[in-house]
Design a protein around this ligand. Structure first.
Ligand SMILES: C[S@@+](CC[C@H](N)C(=O)[O-])C[C@H]1O[C@@H](n2cnc3c(N)ncnc32)[C@H](O)[C@@H]1O
Length: 303
């Protein structure tokens, strides 16, 4: 945060927010006459806005190139603007400066049933998931997990899936995975292993992503075994989808991958449905599938 401005993401971040914007709008309309209380939980809510620096090129060769700052709604403001409104909007944020900005954003939407909760997203999301009997209380909702990196713990993912009432958009940090799972496993230290285990709730990635090559003999007749991560970004992304499917009983859709400005994969936007009932799965898949497919087919970079 700089002068109250929240700079984050890449030139592609707007595509992620567009998926959320379209889903929340369609979801709210689809459920409005179904007698459910609709909740939106923004677990990493930010400030409510996003600022990016854009280059402005000279017009017809006149003048000089310059940089301008452009501020647009972030996930929290997008949710606050959804019509028909959610019955409750929970905005969770750890950074006190971001919390203050969120409170000020909420005050611009008089009558909205939004609460800002200051603290750790994992703890607060888990408490909310466990507080309600979602089906008995006829509650449905959407959770957005939009961390900077590897902050989402697997027990939080399990808690969301366990409600069988929440749909989840999870912006899964591929670049965090690379950093923590180097090709050469001798560079895996305990903190990296712990980070991956926390995010996945299992250590099985260690055996599945890495492979030993056939032993070779060195010039002195000794055996050399070389071990490498053989999973590339596509296989890792598929693996993440399968891991999410172990707890989300409704569906996990093919994600939309976003990139850093230099073209390196940044994160994949997954959509997962916790509700196992046919009608709920069909509705969620119809809306989110359409949004994700449109995003994937307009992707400029090859997978
Ligand atoms: C990528 S930004 C979220 C952007 C936001 N979704 C938007 O569209 O405007 C990640 C946010 O998560 C917050 N954060 C990081 N760790 C957190 C945690 N453990 N609990 C709650 N918030 C956290 C950061 O302060 C930051 O504001």
């Amino acid at each position: 945060m700089n002068d109250g401005k929240h700079f984050f993401g890449s030139p592609e971040t707007e595509r992620k927010l567009n998926c959320l914007r379209q889903y929340l709008a369609a979801y709210s309309v689809a459920l409005q006459n179904k007698n459910f209380a609709r909740m939106y939980i923004d677990a990493f809510a930010g400030t409510g806005s996003r600022t990016e620096t854009k280059a402005v090129l000279p017009f017809m060769g006149e003048g000089e190139a310059s940089l301008i700052e452009v501020t647009t709604p972030g996930s929290a403001r997008i949710a606050l603007g959804v019509k028909p409104e959610f019955h409750s909007v929970v905005l969770i944020e750890k950074d006190p400066l971001h919390v203050a900005a969120l409170r000020s954003a909420v005050s611009e939407y008089p009558g909205s049933r939004a609460h800002v909760r200051e603290g750790d997203a994992n703890e607060i999301v888990q408490k909310i998931c466990q507080r309600y009997d979602w089906h008995k209380e006829r509650m449905r909702g959407v959770v957005f997990l939009d961390p900077y990196g590897m902050e989402v713990r697997w027990d939080t993912v399990e808690a969301i899936a366990g409600t069988e009432a929440l749909d989840c958009w999870y912006f899964f940090p591929l670049s965090g995975l690379y950093r923590n799972a180097p090709k050469d496993p001798t560079k895996l230290d305990q903190s990296k292993i712990d980070a991956l285990n926390r995010v996945f709730g299992t250590a099985s990635w260690r055996d599945e992503w890495y492979e030993k090559s056939d032993a070779q003999t060195d010039m002195f007749g000794g055996l050399i075994e070389d071990e490498r991560r053989t999973f590339d970004v596509n296989r890792i992304e598929d693996w993440v989808g399968k891991r999410l499917s172990t707890v989300f009983k409704g569906a996990v859709l093919k994600p939309l991958r976003l990139h850093h400005a230099n073209g390196a994969p940044m994160a994949s936007l997954f959509f997962a449905v916790s509700n196992p009932h046919k009608a709920a799965v069909r509705l969620a898949k119809e809306i989110a599938g359409h949004i994700l497919n449109a995003g994937i087919s307009s992707q400029v970079r090859p997978r």
